[in-house]
Design a protein around this ligand. Structure first.
Ligand SMILES: Nc1ncnc2c1ncn2[C@@H]1O[C@H](COP(=O)(O)OP(=O)(O)OP(=O)(O)O)[C@@H](O)[C@H]1O
Ligand SMILES: [Mg+2]
Length: 397
């Protein structure tokens, strides 16, 4: 709501954390973004599956911005936000229609028009025409079907490429039986439309797109994000170095290369963990009025970042708590303890199964025979600090 001074956008935080970041703060993803733009421009469908908080949404939003500049019509749909099939269809329809109507909630406008009311904002009839048909549809399944056909209609009408993104795509499966089959039926062979599917529950996404007989088998090309270019999380350390030093320099704070190296070591270069630590460090520097980052200040900021990351980490922890032995084995990995204790309470096949499950979730990686490590060093540290499996961080002495 506009305040007494009108609507003024708050300045973005110096190191944005949580949620999509602006292009200027999107570190090390240029090559990936270009490839994605190319593929989608060519009409290929993309699969972007990867661990949590590595920048999937930020990347795809920038991809859409660039595609729009090239004249494409774009739609971004977050499947997590929909609570039923009709809701998902409405999100898709509104996102698509915004391209032609210029307003966010075209469907609501169309409903008003259909009910004989005058629209609250000036909308041209041709802009609501497509929406009117949809707005009159009362059957949820038919509404969903019609929404899924809208991209094709738009592409055929305007002669422009249409690009649709489904974020957290795996969540759509919870909206009803056979949702994926229905979607596949409508989405295939739509001329002039390219789709990108994003998801974080890697296991589910992999099944859906790579197992024979699954609804989206071979429907989309996977563009690997987690180790693009052979870098951890797909981001070159030099890109982090340039960004971090430049960002601190903007605020007249000096941070030398060795300190940045330590910082990246501590986070493993995980995108959100790294940004969280940078943000904590920046506020620490600002509040204490210091001008040069030291290893000691970095250590203080690290503790602050750990506290701020407790929520996502607790979420991972409770998620793996739903499957037997995962937390126990995760602890062994975090502590670099013997994985297969000779007379341990966890039988060897169960240990292997647990390790595989942790790997499939993108939490641990296999280094070699019987050697595993956490993908995210700060999460490993969180796990080490857990006391007896309770969701609380206890300080280490
Ligand atoms: N390339 C990057 N450069 C800088 N920060 C990044 C980058 N990628 C991700 N981040 C950080 O991670 C946070 C989360 O990014 P984003 O929401 O795009 O990730 P995501 O993979 O979609 O996450 P989720 O799994 O929660 O959907 C951002 O707010 C930012 O702090
Ligand atoms: Mg996301």
């Amino acid at each position: 709501m506009p305040g007494p001074f009108g609507r003024v956008a708050a300045p973005p935080p110096h190191f944005p954390v949580g949620g999509p970041v602006p292009a200027a703060d999107l570190v090390g993803r240029e090559a990936y973004i270009r490839r994605a733009v190319e593929r989608l421009s060519d009409g290929s469908h993309l699969l972007v599956a990867g661990p949590r908080r590595i920048g999937k949404t930020s990347i795809i939003l920038e991809v859409l911005r660039r595609l729009r500049r090239k004249g494409a019509l774009t739609a971004y749909v977050d499947c997590l936000g929909a609570t039923d099939l009709r809701g998902l269809g409405e999100r898709l329809a509104d996102a698509l229609l915004e391209n032609v109507s210029g307003t966010e909630r075209t469907l609501a406008q169309a409903k008003a028009v259909a009910a004989g009311m005058r629209p609250t904002v000036r909308v041209k009839y041709e802009h609501v025409e497509l929406a009117l048909e949809l707005a009159r549809e009362t059957n949820a399944q038919r509404f969903f079907d019609a929404a899924l056909d809208l991209p094709r209609t738009l592409a055929a009408r305007g002669g422009k490429r249409v690009v649709v993104v489904f974020d957290e795509f795996q969540a759509a499966g919870r909206l009803g039986p056979r949702v994926f089959d229905v979607m596949r039926t409508h989405l295939q062979a739509q001329r002039g439309v390219a789709y990108a599917f994003l998801g974080s529950e890697e296991g589910i996404m992999e099944q859906l797109f790579s197992e024979k007989g699954r609804a989206f088998y071979r429907f989309a090309v996977p563009l690997d994000l987690a180790d693009a270019g052979g870098h951890r999380f797909g981001i070159a350390p030099d890109d982090w170095l340039d960004y971090i030093r430049g960002k601190f320099a903007e605020r007249r704070i000096a941070v030398d290369e060795s300190v940045v190296d330590r910082l990246i070591d501590a986070t493993g270069g995980h995108p959100q963990d790294t940004m969280q630590l940078c943000a904590a460090l920046y506020y620490l520097m600002r509040d204490s009025g210091q001008r040069t980052v030291t290893a000691e200040l970095l250590a203080v900021a690290y503790e602050q970042a750990m506290r701020e990351l407790e929520r996502p980490f607790a979420l991972h922890w409770s998620e793996i708590g739903r499957q037997k032995y995962l937390q126990a084995i995760a602890k062994r990995v975090a502590e670099r303890a013997v994985l297969y204790a000779s007379e341990g309470e966890v039988p060897r096949p169960e240990v292997l199964r647990a390790l595989e499950a942790l790997r499939a979730r993108g939490l641990v990686t296999r280094l070699g025979r019987g050697k595993y490590d956490f993908v995210e060093p700060m999460f490993a540290e969180y796990v080490r600090r857990m006391s007896g499996g309770e969701a609380a961080i206890v300080p280490q002495h």
